[in-house]
Design a protein around this ligand. Structure first.
Ligand SMILES: NC(=O)c1ccc[n+]([C@@H]2O[C@H](COP(=O)([O-])OP(=O)(O)OC[C@H]3O[C@@H](n4cnc5c(N)ncnc54)[C@H](O)[C@@H]3O)[C@@H](O)[C@H]2O)c1
Length: 338
């Protein structure tokens, strides 16, 4: 049985969807702090599963789950993930992201879980300084988080790795996501009609923010810095479609069955600038909207793009939706529906 924490959230729900489609037995645990009951209801329509509305900090109740069910796999998404908020309130992040992960790892390891899959982030790399001729980030790149969010995840990674050293039955896969975007690829009458999608509050991710502007839910979209050392002066990021990322998690479960624990970057290995994304949204939605030029934000690296060779070669992963139009169209269809 698979325990999924944070399955009512954006990325977790897409993984739950794919697991249900594979008929896996699962328990979803979520306290609905940033996730949604509606998402759970939608997923229950695909196939019924056990949903537990619980905060991970209620360790004794979480332990009851490990005692009651034969859980062999944990996929751990539950966390807070707003970088700005983590700077304002670091303890909130260390408690929810790191302390709760330590407790979950302790329970999982002592109750015979042999596969632990963890959501990490490119934020563990901080502001990359490249050696001459290099501009992609591989998994051996030095880690140097520049905010409590990234540090809370790096500390969690360390705890998971250290536990695996002393309990050889406890194996892990750590996935470091780059920028996750898009929504459920689901067709209704030949039109893409996502059943689940991205909904953060406040939203800080670029694509939903631009789409909200295109749909008049916001007045304008700001570009933070147009004088970076990139072809059009704006920051470049590596966007991975959420259904491709979900597929990586499904592959990850099989992967650790037969391989050693490992850490993988999740991205397409190429990026788009902020201006390119804005222009694509304008073209695809046929809507014009106000774009403001603002000053650079502290801690925004000019380019953050993954070297994804490791996941391709070791996990045999092949992206299905490496296409900016698919990412934007699915996110647009979702944004119109909420
Ligand atoms: N969205 C991205 O681009 C991105 C990038 C890198 C890493 N990540 C990581 O991926 C994971 C999922 O991110 P998301 O974008 O889906 O976020 P999300 O906020 O949509 O989902 C997180 C879910 O965890 C739940 N949760 C949080 N704390 C909990 C607790 N103490 N107990 C029980 N449930 C709890 C929330 O209610 C929510 O449903 C996070 O760990 C995040 O750090 C996301």
């Amino acid at each position: 049985m698979i325990l999924i924490t944070g399955g009512a959230g954006y990325i977790g729900s897409h993984v739950v969807k794919q697991l249900l489609e594979k008929n896996e037995d699962l328990i979803v645990l979520d306290n609905l702090s940033t996730g949604f009951q509606k998402t759970i209801d939608t997923l229950q329509n695909i196939k019924k599963f056990c949903f537990i509305n619980l905060d991970l900090k209620e360790i004794h109740k979480v332990e009851e789950l490990f005692k009651k069910y034969k859980i062999n796999t944990v996929i751990h998404f539950a966390a807070f993930s707003q970088v700005g908020e983590s700077i304002q309130n670091p303890i909130k992040y260390y408690m929810n992201n790191t302390v709760n992960t330590i407790n979950l790892v302790r329970l999982a390891s002592s109750h015979g879980v042999n596969k632990f899959i963890f959501s990490s982030t490119a934020a563990v790399y901080g502001e990359p300084k490249f050696k001459l001729g290099k501009n992609l980030i591989d998994e051996d790149f030095r880690t140097n988080p520049i905010n409590p969010y990234g540090m809370s995840k790096l500390m969690s990674e360390k705890v998971i790795k250290d536990e695996a050293k002393v309990n050889c039955k406890f194996k892990y896969v750590i996935f470091r996501y780059f920028n996750v975007a898009g929504a459920d690829i689901y067709f209704d009458d030949n039109n893409i009609q996502p059943r689940i999608g991205e909904c953060h509050s406040p939203e800080t991710h670029l694509i939903p923010l631009i789409l909200k502007t295109a749909l008049n839910k916001r007045e304008n979209i700001a570009i933070f810095g147009d004088d970076y050392n990139t072809p059009d002066g704006t920051c470049i990021r590596d966007y991975i479609h959420v259904d491709d990322l979900a597929d990586i998690h499904i592959k990850g479960i099989d992967y650790i069955e037969y391989n050693d624990s490992d850490t993988f970057n999740c991205g397409y290995g190429h990026g788009y600038s902020v201006k390119e994304i804005i222009n694509s949204v304008k073209t695809l939605t046929q809507k014009n909207f106000k774009v403001l030029n603002d000053k650079r934000r502290e801690g925004d690296p000019s380019v953050l793009v993954s070297d994804n060779n490791k996941i391709i070669s070791k996990m045999n992963w092949k992206a299905k939706y490496d296409d900016l139009n698919i990412i934007i169209n699915s996110a647009y269809a979702w944004e119109k529906s909420i």
